[in-house]
Structure formats: structure tokens, C-alpha cells
Design a protein around this ligand. Structure first.
Ligand code: B1M
Length: 233
């Protein structure tokens, strides 16, 4: 049977997830959307579809990109397929009905156009009841400062996927210090090349390994901030 004839519905859950990893690798957007729909129909939670079918598939793409087996145009197709799948899950993850627990602005820093991880963080934060203002990609410091002023968030989030762009996070934090507003906001950073040590070195409040950790840390830091305010009042 050719790839075109493959009936995704005839596959078991395990086979379907494996097929979706292949389809993501091949950048097959329609097949990814169909796979997501099938898994949801079979009762999978949106979070499980996201992590087991999409994020895991993208991890495999990342390995072959690193090893020079896949190149930018192919990875771009994979990224588009991933985004199409995420588009279906976004409203489901955001459907909590809970009162807003806080507000976050988030953007990928200047020089960097990677946005899948940032989008995932936004989705999970929305799902946890945060209001998220997404600044998109390639953000110069001015964008962060303008968004802070306009939206008065609790959290300023930054994403960087390149070793060459991650130092720009410090530019943003330093600009906040210079304006005397650094301590008013919780600064959280994330992205594959970062680590705890880097987060501390640039003066962030938290380095977040993944989207789930971001949600937990955000809740924790907001609670601490509220406690501090209550004590100071
Ligand atoms: Co890029 N790329 N890429 N790429 N790309 C990497 C990052 C790379 C590691 C691949 C590799 O060589 N192994 C490498 C960086 C090497 C380095 O700096 N040391 C790399 C390179 C070199 C490049 C180019 C320079 C390639 C070129 O042109 N020659 C170029 C740069 C473009 C630019 O930004 N100026 C480039 C381009 C691209 C594409 C456009 C093709 C595409 C991006 C499409 C898109 O995002 N719309 C792409 C992709 C897809 C990748 C990989 C394969 C996958 C990234 C991804 O989406 N991961 C990546 C390899 C890798 O990371 N292993 C790679 C899935 C995502 C869910 O994970 O983004 O880590 P991640 O996000 C996680 C956590 O990090 C965390 O939570 C997320 C969810 O759990 N997190 C946050 C992320 N941001 C956060 C912010 C927070 C909190 C947590 O704020 C509070």
C-alpha cells in the first residue's frame, strides 16, 4: 500500500503515533491534522496528543537536523505541520473556564525566528488560566518595553533557541533595570540552549526547561509575589 492510501483510522493508537512521527518528519500537514483529530476522537487528552505525538515527533526531527540529515526547508515543513496540529489543540487546552491567574507577555528575542516552543508555552499557560500576550518572533528590546508598558503583565517571558541569540535576553533585563522597572515583574526565560546557570547569570527569576515547568514556576512565583505584597501591605 502506498503512503497515499494509508488509512490512519485503521491504525492502533501506537501505530498511529508512530505514523504521525513519520508524517511530521515528512512535513505532511494534512496527515498531522487528521492524526490529531483521530487521537482526540479516541479520547486522548489534548496534552497527551501534544506531548506524545507532536513534541516527541519534533524531537526526532531536531536530532536529524542537528546531524545534517534534514535541512532548513524540510524542517520548515515539519514546523508547519506541527503548528497545524497545535492549532487544533490550542482552544482545547485553553478551555479551563478558570478565572485568570495572571498575565504574561512572551516573545522570541531579536535575531531568532524559532517559535514552536514559545507557542507551546503560550498554549500551556493559557490552559493553566493565564492571559498571554504573544509578541511573536525576532523582538528587539523596544518591543518588550512597549508591551510591558501597555499590558502591565505579571510575567515577562523570553524564548531563544540559538546560542547566538540567547545573550540578548540580558539586553532586555538590563534595559528593565535601567528604567527602574526590573523588580516590578517576574522574568522567566526558556529555550533549548539555556540552562539554570545561564538564567541566574543574566538575572532572570526563572529558567524554564519546558512548558509544563513554566506553568508550575509561573504559579509559584505569582503566589510568592502576592504573599510579598500582602506582607508589605
Ligand atoms: Co533551527 N536550530 N535554525 N530552525 N531548529 C535549532 C535550534 C538547532 C539546535 C538545530 C541543530 O543544529 N541541532 C540549531 C541551533 C544551534 C545553536 O545555536 N547551538 C538551529 C539552527 C542552527 C538554525 C539556523 C541557524 C539554521 C540555518 O539557517 N542554517 C536557522 C536560524 C534562524 C533564526 O532563528 N535566525 C534555523 C531555522 C530553523 C527553522 C526555520 C527551519 C525551524 C523553526 C521553525 C519555527 O520555529 N517556526 C527550526 C527548527 C524547527 C529547529 C529545531 C529542529 C526544533 C526547535 C523546536 O521547535 N523544538 C531545533 C533543534 C532542537 O531544538 N533540538 C533547531 C520543539 C520545541 C517544542 O522545543 O523550542 O526547545 P523548544 O521549546 C521548549 C523548551 O525549550 C521551553 O519550552 C518549550 C516547550 O516545552 N521553552 C521555553 C522554549 N522557549 C521558552 C520560553 C519560556 C519558557 C520555556 O519563557 C518563559
Amino acid at each position: 500500500m502506498s503512503e497515499d492510501d494509508l488509512d490512519l483510522r485503521s491504525l492502533s493508537d501506537e501505530e498511529l503515533v508512530e505514523q504521525m512521527h513519520d508524517d511530521l518528519y515528512d512535513g505532511l500537514k494534512d496527515e498531522i491534522v487528521e492524526g490529531v483529530e483521530i487521537l482526540l476522537e479516541r479520547g486522548w487528552t489534548p496534552y497527551r496528543v501534544l506531548t506524545e505525538a507532536l513534541v516527541e515527533g519534533m524531537r526526532i526531527v531536531g536530532i536529524d537536523f542537528r546531524d545534517g540529515i534534514l535541512f532548513v526547508p524540510e524542517v520548515l515543513l515539519s514546523a508547519n505541520a506541527m503548528k497545524a496540529g497545535m492549532g487544533l489543540l490550542r482552544p482545547l487546552l485553553a478551555e479551563t473556564g478558570a478565572p485568570k491567574v495572571g498575565k504574561m507577555i512572551i516573545g522570541t528575542v531579536k535575531g531568532d525566528i524559532h517559535d514552536i516552543g514559545k507557542n507551546l508555552v503560550s498554549m500551556m499557560m493559557e490552559g493553566a488560566g493565564f492571559e498571554v500576550i504573544d509578541l511573536g518572533i525576532n523582538n528587539p528590546v523596544e518591543n518588550y518595553l512597549a508591551a510591558i508598558e501597555e499590558h502591565q503583565p505579571d510575567i515577562v517571558g523570553m524564548s531563544a533557541l540559538l546560542t547566538t541569540t540567547m545573550p540578548y535576553m540580558k539586553v532586555v533585563i538590563d534595559a528593565m533595570i535601567e528604567k527602574g522597572i526590573r523588580d516590578k515583574y517576574i522574568v522567566m526565560v526558556g529555550g533549548a540552549p539555556l540552562n539554570e546557570e545561564f538564567g541566574q547569570a543574566i538575572g532572570a527569576d526563572a529558567y524554564c526547561r519546558d512548558a509544563a515547568v513554566t506553568v508550575e514556576m509561573a504559579k509559584d512565583l505569582i503566589a510568592r509575589k502576592h504573599n510579598q505584597l500582602a506582607r508589605g501591605a
